[in-house]
Design a protein around this ligand. Structure first.
Ligand SMILES: NC(=O)c1ccc[n+]([C@@H]2O[C@H](COP(=O)([O-])OP(=O)(O)OC[C@H]3O[C@@H](n4cnc5c(N)ncnc54)[C@H](OP(=O)(O)O)[C@@H]3O)[C@@H](O)[C@H]2O)c1
Length: 284
């Protein structure tokens, strides 16, 4: 299969390069490929004529998006529109990566996880721009797959897991970590496995949630990471208010994998995926 990966040099893109290496890959990233240049992107896509486009390119720094709203929408909405138009012109199947941040994070009750049919209400510029990109895809290419993922970490980072692993080996006072935000930590390897499943099921279209099973807080994730790494630095839970950020983080953005489960596919629990990652990345 010929697969074009936008943002192919990013954290997820690098894992996809490794995990999908048995296919013919086209790595479409800056500076040669720019998703904001509609004409050039379509011309290059037509020239390559891929079977599938996996769209990872995005403005992903959540706090930067708050400060640079226009740029966030130019990349995440208009750039995604351009990728969808190029797929329509070339006949490629589109698998576009989106995010748990499309949801408000305010669950109607606990315990809660958002399903593919729940209505997004993003509270950040990042989430709003990614949701606008989803809507572009649904208008232009209703047969596309929109794969929502969350709390991502992968080889080389940057990610929360890498930041904590670095802090964990430093001496200092107890680390305060937010314990009132819930989500599904997910490795890029798990996302690559989900994408491989989707590639073998060309009939699947629409919104698909593709995170690890089970939910936890950032504090839970750090405690488990330190246990796996054998780090002794103390970790203490804190509230969101103690750790203010420019973009308000969702209180609960855990995702229900209704579509994958209906198809008989189960992602691993986040603890298993983290253990696999720690072994591969840190040799522990
Ligand atoms: N990271 C997470 O926690 C997370 C969570 C949920 C969903 N996601 C989604 O998952 C996808 C992949 O995330 P990631 O963490 O792998 O992101 P990433 O590491 O930031 O990779 C994004 C890639 O896109 C490239 N890019 C930026 N602007 C571009 C443009 N105009 N044209 C072409 N390429 C461009 C970037 O290049 P430069 O580095 O040169 O800018 C980078 O190589 C994104 O769609 C993101 O929204 C991520």
């Amino acid at each position: 299969m010929k697969i074009l990966i936008t943002g192919g040099k990013g954290m997820l893109g690098r894992t996809l390069q490794r995990e999908l290496a048995g296919n013919e890959l086209v790595i479409a990233d800056l500076p040669e490929w720019d998703i904001t240049d509609a004409d050039a992107f379509t011309a290059k896509t037509l020239a390559e004529s891929p079977d599938v486009v996996i769209h990872c390119a995005a403005m992903t720094k959540v706090d930067d998006c708050e400060a640079k709203r226009d740029l966030a929408f130019r990349l995440n909405e208009e750039g995604t529109r351009n990728v969808a138009l190029a797929c329509k012109a070339s006949g490629a199947r589109l698998i576009a990566i989106s995010t748990d941040y499309v949801f408000s994070g305010e669950p109607p009750r606990e315990p809660w996880a958002w399903s593919e049919t729940d209505i997004p209400r993003p509270r950040t510029v990042y989430g709003a721009s990614k949701f606008a990109g989803e809507q572009m895809i649904q208008m232009i290419l209703p047969d596309a797959v929109i794969l929502r993922i969350a709390w991502l970490y992968g080889a080389g980072g940057p990610s929360f897991v890498h930041t904590m692993a670095k802090l964990g080996v430093q001496e200092g006072p107890a680390l305060k970590v937010v314990n009132d935000q819930r989500g599904n930590p997910t490795s890029t390897k798990v996302v690559a496995d989900v994408i491989r499943f989707l590639l073998s099921h060309p009939e699947v279209s629409g919104i698909v949630h593709g995170t690890c099973e089970d939910q936890c807080t950032w504090y839970d994730l750090t405690v488990e990471l330190f246990r796996l790494l054998g780090l002794k630095r103390e970790v203490v839970p804190c509230t969101t208010e103690e750790f203010p950020r420019p973009a308000p983080r969702p209180r609960n953005s855990a995702l229900k994998k209704s579509v994958l489960n209906l198809l008989g596919y189960r992602t691993p629990r986040w603890q298993e995926a983290l253990a696999d990652f720690v072994a591969a990345e840190f040799g522990k």
